[in-house]
Design a protein around this ligand. Structure first.
Ligand code: PLP
Length: 451
């Protein structure tokens, strides 16, 4: 009997995996991850693999944190569940809300808890439209989002997102959402300078506002740096121009911090890196380092004041909004991050160090661009380094490189032919060296396969 094979057979028989070709997985069998420690995961065949994606962009403090386990245990013993509906609350939710608001931009002083980032974006959609209705402008309904954005997998989340393959499955999208170009210079803007391209993408926002009529536009939603779309770092000209346009037409800014929040870009929130003052900020993932599921929407004063002063009951909430054990773990996670100066370390030490080491991969024959900010990065794989021409999609070069990398001991994610990393924020310089050297090895082996 082979334990791994038996487990894979059970998996094949009963388990439908997220974002997976069910049939193809059935034929290949899944890798069974059994345990993890620090920045490494281990599989059932004894392989140790550096988790260059921190799970799904979430295990910011790395694995094996006993203090988080203890926080969950204590809370489960004392009060495993109670809700925050109908005028009740509990200490973990109150304390977490207070802590989050101290870390957020100054104008953000409330939080509505959810169980995930997708639920947070469902909440955003309802809150934004509710806000404008309360302000006596019920026609302000349209939400402008971006192509290739990811905002979750619920119906509202995927409608706000701009992933064409998701839109093509599962029926009508939520009405009143429209998508504009993304500031993806390497993929879509190389006929211009990055700065001109950034301004052109911002101008697309203004054009769409004018097409729809500013009196009909409620909000613009965007990730500070697009994560699932391919670790897309906008040109420096982009956010200042967007900010200015939104202010001119009085349109709310929703900054999706599900990936960029909690230190990824070297500030507590991506908004702080780009000097944004969001009206709403969906959060999740790194809030608890992924140890237990929790999300939320942080709400700026402008929206919160209206909802509180004139809104009456907001008919919205989830059984697990602010779940006590999840909130206790999130709180401990933030406490550890603060005590260890994790965010400052990303900004001043390991972020710049990664930038230096990662950008050196640009000398590889397969790499057209190597970019990073804080602890998120991407490599653009190209068929022709001189022109930046892409490989034929049918070759699946990104997936090939991802599989080789995994087999060699490094989790990188492929988005088309972009290779993505978003490792734990606790990475040391030595571990960054190890990551970069494993990435180079994966590139070399991919190049050999292609020749
Ligand atoms: N928003 C962004 C920017 C994300 O990257 C994700 C998940 O990757 C979500 C929202 C959805 O979060 P969840 O998977 O917790 O529902």
């Amino acid at each position: 009997m082979n334990w791994t094979k038996d487990m894979q057979a059970l998996d094949r028989a009963h388990h439908l995996h997220p974002f997976t070709d069910f049939k193809a997985l059935g034929e290949e069998g899944s890798r069974i991850v059994t345990h993890a420690d620090g920045i490494y995961i281990f599989d059932s065949e004894g392989h140790r693999i550096l988790d260059g994606m921190a799970g799904l962009w979430c295990v910011n403090l790395g694995y094996g944190r006993q203090a988080l386990v203890d926080a969950a245990t204590r809370q489960l013993q004392q009060l495993p569940y109670y809700n925050n509906f109908f005028k009740t609350t509990h200490v973990p939710a109150v304390t977490l809300a207070d802590t989050l608001c101290r870390l957020a931009p100054a104008s953000v002083n409330h939080v509505f808890f959810t169980g995930s980032g997708s639920e947070a974006n469902d909440t955003v959609l309802r809150m934004v439209r509710r806000y404008w209705a309360l302000e006596g402008q019920p026609d302000k309904q349209w939400i402008i989002a971006r192509e290739n954005a990811y905002h979750g997998s619920t119906v509202a989340g995927m409608s706000l997102g701009g992933m064409a393959p998701m839109h093509a499955q599962g029926g009508p999208l939520v009405p009143g959402i429209t998508h504009i170009a993304q500031p993806y210079w390497f993929g879509e803007g190389r006929d211009q300078s990055p700065e001109d391209f950034g301004r052109a993408c911002a101008a697309a926002l203004e054009e769409r506002i004018l097409e729809l009529g500013e009196e009909n536009v409620a909000a613009f939603i965007a990730e500070p740096v697009q994560g699932a779309g391919g670790a897309i770092i906008p040109p420096d000209s982009y956010w200042p121009a967007v900010k200015e346009i939104l202010a001119r037409y009085d349109i709310l800014l929703v900054v999706d911090e599900v990936i960029c929040g909690f230190g990824r870009l070297g500030e507590w929130f991506g908004s702080q890196h780009y000097g944004l003052e969001p009206d709403l900020m969906p959060i999740a993932k790194g809030m608890s380092s992924g140890y237990l599921p929790i999300g939320g929407v942080m709400v700026g004063d402008r929206v919160a004041d209206t909802l509180i002063d004139t809104g009456g009951e907001f008919f919205h909430g989830f059984t697990y909004s602010g779940h006590p054990a999840c909130a206790a773990v999130a709180l401990k996670n933030l406490e550890i991050m603060q005590a260890a100066g994790v965010v400052q370390r990303v900004r001043d030490d390991v972020g710049p160090y990664l930038a230096q080491r990662w950008s050196a991969l640009a000398d590889h024959p397969l790499v057209g661009e190597a970019r990073s900010l804080g602890l998120i990065g991407a490599l653009e794989l190209v068929a022709d380094k001189a022109t930046g021409a892409r490989f034929d999609k049918s070759l699946g070069v990104g997936n090939l490189c991802r599989d080789i990398s995994f087999a060699n001991g490094l989790v990188m994610r492929s988005v088309g032919d972009s290779m993505i990393i978003s490792p734990p924020l606790t990475m040391t310089r030595d571990q960054i060296d190890e990551l970069v050297s494993l990435a180079r090895q994966a590139l070399d082996e991919t190049a050999r396969h292609l020749n």
